[in-house]
Design a binder for this molecule. Sequence first.
Ligand code: ADP
Ligand code: MG
Length: 626
Amino acid sequence: MQTKGNISIHAQNIMPVIKRWLYSDKDIFIRELVSNGCDAITKLKMIKGDMEEELKVTVTVDPQAGELRFTDNGIGMTHEEVEKYINQVAFSSAEEFLKNYTGEDKGGIIGHFGLGFYSAFMAADKVTIDTLSFQEGAAPVLWESEDGMEFTMQEGGRTERGTTITLHILEEEKEFLDAFRVRQVLERYCGYMATPIYLEDLSPKEAKPAPSASDDETEPHVTGTEEEEKQEAQKPVNDTHPLWLKNPRDCTEEEYKETYRKLFHTFEDPLFWVHLNVDYPFNLKGILYFPRIKKDFGGQDGQIKLFNRQVFVADNIKEVIPEFLMLLKGAIDCPDLPLNVSRSFLQNDGYVKRLSAHITKKVADKLNGLFNTERKQYETYWDDIHPFVKYGCIRDQKFFDLVKGSLLLKSTAGEYFTLEEYKARNEGKAEKKIYYTTEANRQAAAVALYVNKGIDVIVLDTLIDMNFMSFMEFGSGNDGLQFVRVDADVSGLTEDTEEGKDIDQAQMEKLFRDALNDQELTVKLEALSDKELPLMLLEDEQMRRYKEMSAMYGQAFDFPAKYTLILNRACDTVRGLAAMEDEETAALLCRHLFDLARLSSRPLEAKDLQDFIARSNQLIALLARK
Ligand code: ADP
Ligand code: MG
C-alpha cells in the first residue's frame, strides 16, 4: 500500500532556508547525510554492543544513473520512524531516541546541525530512502520525495539492515557526480568521523584518464590503475581515531607532525604544539600548533578547525577561540558546544567563555614551560612566535599577565633577554629605558654608539612592535618604562668632560640655522663618547611614532619634523667649525655635516642628493686647491 502526504508544516519554512544555503555552503549536505549514517551506526552499537561485521557508511558516485547514494548498515528505520522522524519532525530526534533506548549515556549521538536530512534537497530533484530497521520482523520502507514537501511511502524490497539515501542529482549540481569532488568534500567534513566511510566510484572506466600505452608495454605486471583504485576504495576516506582524541602520553612527536601535515596539506613542520585534553569541568580535546609565522603577519590567517564529536563544523569560529589564537593552527573538538544556536549567543555563553579562557591558559602554560625548561630552544622559536605572543598580550590582558615573564627582547647581537634581564644588564647605563632600532642596517651608526658603550640595543622591527611598545609603556603597569629608538636620545651616550665646554651654543645654533635656512632648528652641544662623530640628528620619539602610526592608518598628515641637532663638542671638527672665520666655508660644512647625519638614518632623495653630490665636489675642489 502506498501513502502520500505532505511533510509537516515546518518543511515549508525550512526549504527556503536550505535553499539559501545553496549559495554559501552547499557541500554540507554530504556531511549531513554521512553523519546521519554514522549516527545510525552509533545507535546500533549502543543497542547491540560490538558487532563482528564492519559497520560503515559507503558513499557511491554513480554518474550513469545520475545518483549519489549514502548507504549505512546502521539501525535502519521502521515505517513509524520514517513517519515520525522524516515526515513529521524536520529537526533532531536524537534526544528522543536516547530517552527511549538508554536513558544514560548521551555520548556521541546528538547531531547539532538541525537541518540534517532535508539538506539533501539542496542538490537533488529526487530523494529516496530505502531502509530496513534492525527490529525483528520490521518491514522495509521505501520513501520518495521530489521537493522535500510532498512524499510517497510504500513497502520496499530491501533485505539488509540499514539505510540507503539516494539523491538524484540536479542538473546544475552535476559536480557532485564527480568522485574527485565528492572525495574532497568527504575529506573536509568527514575526515575524522568515528565510523569508517568508503567512497565507491561507479564512473564508467573510459571516462577516466587511461593509463598511458607505453607504460602497459614496458611493464608487464602493471594491471592498470584499476587495481590501485580498488585498493583506494578499500581504504576508508577518514581517520576514525584522530590524534587529538588520544591521551597525550600515547602520542609521539612524529604523529603530531604527521597530523599537522595531513590537516593542512603541507610539508612544513610546526614549531611546537599544545595538546588540549580536558574532561572536566567541560569537554575539550584538541591540538593547537604554532606554525612559523611570517614576519609581518598581517593578513596571515591561522586555521583552527572546529569539530563537534568528530564532525567538522567550521574553520575559524571567532566566538569560541580567542581572536589572537587564530594565528595558530590546529583542530579542536568541543562536543558540548551548542552549535545550532546563533553566534551572538555563543559570544555571551558562559561555557564558551570558560572554554576560551582555558585555551588561553594552556597556550600560556606551554610558552612558560618552554621558557623555564628549554630556554635555548625557546629562543630559537622566538623569531617565529613573537608577533603572535605580542599580539596576544595586547589583545588579552589575562594572557599578558600569564606570559609576561617569558617575553623576550632580541638584541642586535642576536641575544635574547627578558625585560628584567635587560634592566639588570644595562643597570646604570639605561635608566628605565630600552634602546631599540627598527632597522639595524640603516641605523647602524647610532646603534654602534650604544653598543660601543656597552648598552644592548633591541631589534623591534615588525608591525606589531609599535603597538607592543605603547602597550608596554602605558598598558602594562610598567611604570616609567620607555622604549627609545637609538636616534631619539643621546642621554646614554654623553661623557662628563671639559672638552669644548667653551663653545657658545647660541652662536652654533645661529650658524646652523642660517646655513640650513631653518630658523626652527634646535641645536645642542654635548660631549659624545665617540669623538670621531661630529653631530647627530635626533628625532623626537613620540612625534615620530605618532607620525608612523597615522601613516599606518592611512592618514598622511604632514607633521613638521621635530629634529634636534646634537653637536659633539668633544669632536675636533666641531671645535674647528666654531673657530672658523671663513663664513662661506663654514656654511658649506654645516650643510654637509647635516646631510651626513641624515644619511646615517635614511637615504637622501632627489634634490637633496643632487645638492649633496654637488657640495661634495665643491669641498674636494677646495681641498685640492690647498
Ligand atoms: P538529526 O540528525 O539532527 O536528528 P536529521 O534531519 O539529520 O536530524 O535526521 C532526522 C532523523 O531521521 C534522525 O534523527 C534519524 O532518526 C532519522 N534518520 C536520518 N537518516 C537516517 C539513517 N541513515 N538511518 C537511520 N535513521 C536516520
Ligand atoms: Mg543528522
